[in-house]
Design a protein around this ligand. Sequence first.
Ligand SMILES: Nc1ncnc2c1ncn2[C@@H]1O[C@H](COP(=O)(O)OP(=O)(O)O)[C@@H](O)[C@H]1O
Ligand SMILES: [Mg+2]
Length: 327
Amino acid sequence: MAEPEGLLDIDNLSVSFRTPRGDLQALRNVSLKMGKGEIVGVIGESGCGKSTLINSIIGLLPANTCALSGHIRFAGEDIVGMADRDLRRLRGERITTIFQDPMTALNPVLSIGTQMTAIQYRRNSSPREKQRRTVEFLEKVRMPDAEKRLGQYPHQFSGGMRQRICIAMALLTEPDLLIADEPTTALDATLEVQVIRLLRELQRDIGCSVLFISHHLGAVAELCERVAIMYAGEVVEQGSVRDIFRDPRHPYTRKLLECDPGRILELRAVMPTIGGDLPDLVHIPKGCIFRERCPDRFERCSERPPVETIRAGHRAACHKARELANP
Ligand SMILES: Nc1ncnc2c1ncn2[C@@H]1O[C@H](COP(=O)(O)OP(=O)(O)O)[C@@H](O)[C@H]1O
Ligand SMILES: [Mg+2]
């Protein structure tokens, strides 16, 4: 079967977890598409469902997942309902993930050379060739003296270097999709800029798609072409970075970006704070999910808002999406 143009098509995805208080609806009707070679950012406060979204894509939802509906089509195959064996193949060959803490991906008792050679186990090439490729990829992520450092262990590298090693390892598998779950959150601002620029360069080089999860608006603006804004388990707005940053239409997005436009592009370590709390995901309130915290709410917000199309590729789930245009 010919592969469709899109690489990833998340369609109406909902995920719930069983908890002692009742079922927690972590994702509700999430839809998001990614093209081949595209870099898409997902932004949202802690607890809004970013990791649940990733875990759904890689088929690693926690054991207390009690409901999963919708579709996640990856290169035309539906991940929802896929057998474990096929999921493992997908994770090994086509989708790879880098995490916030590089130590979760690195084995502390093996040298990085050993680990990076091992990850190439599917390649039909000699150990010498695998080592050559390891050095090549370490050089790609600008590891100084790469060849000399192959025998060193993860603890002998700085945090920033360890994250580069993880990126090199992820790319060694030549994935179609690289998922980065807040890969720069643990790094200081200077290192973060370096890692972001590196990711963009490597993505151009290798041509994979990147799903970049972050709560740094500036990092997303710097790296991504498109962005989805999540709030309490829903995608409330999505569009090109340019449209979202210049003409946000959902009051939540507008709140996030409510600052001097010149400063948005600064890489900031914290999300702007918004008054109030996330709603209780066990007892989802009726109507708009953002209503309680929304400065623009009115009577109609007790009804669930439609997803309005503002322009091609730019959608916002708000009753006022058409009115809230920037002058
Ligand atoms: N295994 C689980 N059991 C119950 N609730 C969970 C579980 N994992 C996550 N949650 C809840 O689901 C929501 C989304 O969590 P998560 O996807 O981790 O958000 P994020 O990555 O954006 O911080 C949160 O309310 C979180 O407490
Ligand atoms: Mg998370």
